[in-house]
Ligand binder design. Structure first.
Ligand code: ADP
Ligand code: ZN
Ligand code: MG
Length: 493
């Protein structure tokens, strides 16, 4: 196994990495956390601002109800217990993009605690990762270091982001590998997207993650000193950054040095982390209760009302769909990739003759063609309704699987939906009574046992004959006529 830093795998194997994550998530409210300014990414710099989010003297914060509701939804979705009463605190620090000189956050009494998420453990079984807390806070503005003619000598400040509602989700130091970090983040993002509380767009900074990493000798009782890796804007980069940081710390210890508690920056281009600053301790922030906001009380009734809007979450949904449609875990992953897609699929599939057939068409034939054409699911020429039509025709035996595949090929060649292509290219229908009767006779002669069952009263066996004749006719028998003639032959012969 290649390592990032050249440390041998044998040396790495002596150590146990320990990782805890702090994830900041912007909430999808229309307005900011404590004022009426629009909560929207981008915009002309410093236009989404008012005296409150600019921190002008005398301006007072008013808590956004919707932000609380989203925070409660997020808390519940990750299995946290809500504290009926939580307290806003001031976290004091100076930063040019934070004009108040403090951030409204929650400290010793957060909104929610004691959640968990599962990752896949080394034995393939789900392993719980504790979530220490979820607390509400506000975002800071942005320092803009480039893009201006005089950017070499000046930094500009854009306060549009100031006061955007955030939740911070802090994990226990339960993660053990970079892959687990990746999985945890992927799951967390999926859940938050399903819950509809954030767009989790990492490029725009709506989801940001700091990784706390330490290493200790295997079997040690006490965790090592941690360093915090900040500013990594994709899950893949975070995985690399954590992997690198683990090896760097092992290197330091192996050389007889000590890991220092600090914040480090990941540089993707160079594939390494750099020391940024020594980490502040909590007491440096001089936290104290926010005097301009009363305690936040989310009583049982309000909690219930909020939680009733929580949709079925991805893992539960996958389990249900695996059972309902008899599909593989892999296929369930495809179908539940986004809530919108899963909703769309299920709405259509329940209208189909066989939801299972729609699922299997979608995850095999359709997915295969999308991949070959390098298209995303939402760019598919075949709509969900078109797919249901195709599945129904296959289910009734009116389309052979070969014909179905040809029609789908045509859809992808022409960019047209299935019903259009079907109308034009559907198999020639045989409506010649004599020809169909001849085929029915052939099938009846070959299946005396089924004939007997039918005559003994099991009328559903008719479908067996219809299906077989349809296949024999290569899908070309007129279905209405076929049904009629099969019944006639079985009853009247
Ligand atoms: P701090 O006071 O430095 O902010 P916290 O105890 O609040 O530290 O933890 C912050 C994050 O760091 C949490 O996600 C936690 O799980 C993680 N963490 C704490 N100790 C360690 C450690 N020794 N190694 C790795 N992560 C740690
Ligand atoms: Zn404002
Ligand atoms: Mg802390």
């Amino acid at each position: 196994m290649a390592t990032m830093t050249g440390i041998s795998p044998e040396v790495l194997a002596k150590y146990q990495p320990v990782i805890g994550l702090e994830v900041h998530v912007q909430l999808l409210t229309e307005t900011k956390a404590f004022c009426g300014c629009v909560n929207k990414y981008g915009g002309e710099p410093n236009t989404h601002t008012c005296p409150t989010c600019l921190g002008l003297p005398g301006a007072l914060p008013v808590l956004n109800r919707k932000a609380v509701e989203f925070a409660v939804l997020a808390s519940k979705a990750i299995g946290c217990t809500i504290n009926e009463t939580s307290i806003f605190s001031r976290k004091n620090y100076f930063y040019p993009d934070s004009p108040k000189g403090y951030q409204i956050s929650q400290f010793d009494k957060p909104l929610a605690e004691h959640g968990k998420l599962f990752v896949t453990g080394p034995d393939g079984q789900p392993r719980p990762i504790g979530i220490t807390r979820l607390h509400m806070e506000e975002d800071a503005g942005k320092s803009v270091h480039d893009g201006f003619a005089d950017s070499v000598s000046r930094t500009y400040v854009d306060l549009n982001r100031c006061g955007t509602p955030l939740v911070e989700i802090v994990s226990e130091p339960d993660l053990r590998t970079a892959d687990e970090v990746f999985e945890y983040l992927t799951k967390l993002k999926e859940i938050l997207l399903y819950a509809g509380v954030s767009d989790c767009n990492m490029e725009e900074g709506s989801l940001r993650c700091d990784a706390n990493v330490s290493v200790m000798l295997k079997g040690a009782k006490e965790y090592g000193t941690k360093a915090e890796v900040k500013n990594v804007n994709s899950f893949r980069y975070i995985r690399s950054a954590v992997e690198y940081e683990i090896e760097r710390q092992i290197g330091v210890i192996e050389e007889g040095g000590r890991v220092v508690q600090e914040s480090r920056l990941w540089n993707q281009g160079e594939g390494r982390t750099y020391s940024m600053r020594s980490k502040e301790q909590a007491h440096d922030y001089r936290y104290f209760p926010e005097p301009d906001l009363p305690p936040l009380v989310v009583g049982a009734e309000w909690q219930e009302e909020i939680i009733s809007a929580l949709p079925e979450l991805p893992e539960a949904r996958r389990a249900r769909m695996i059972a309902a449609y008899d599909i593989s875990e892999q296929d369930a992953m495809t179908l539940t990739a986004t809530k919108a897609f899963a909703d769309k699929f299920e709405a259509a599939a329940t209208k189909a003759k066989s939801a299972k057939r729609v699922a299997s068409l979608l995850t095999s034939e359709l997915t295969m063609r999308l991949r070959a054409a390098e298209l995303e699911m939402d760019q598919s020429p075949v709509s969900m309704d078109g797919l249901v039509m195709a599945a129904d025709l296959a289910e009734s035996g009116e389309l052979s699987s070969k014909m179905l595949k040809q029609l789908l090929d045509s859809c992808f060649a022409s960019g047209e939906d299935f019903p259009v292509v079907y109308e034009r290219e559907k198999p020639q229908q045989i409506s010649d009574t004599g020809a169909i009767e001849a085929m029915i006779d052939e099938v009846i002669a070959a299946n005396p046992k089924q004939v007997e069952q039918y005559r003994a009263g099991k009328k559903t066996v008719a479908a067996f004959f219809v299906g077989n004749v349809m296949r024999l006719s290569k899908g070309q028998a007129n279905p209405a006529l076929l049904n009629q003639l099969v019944a006639k032959k079985l009853d009247g012969q």
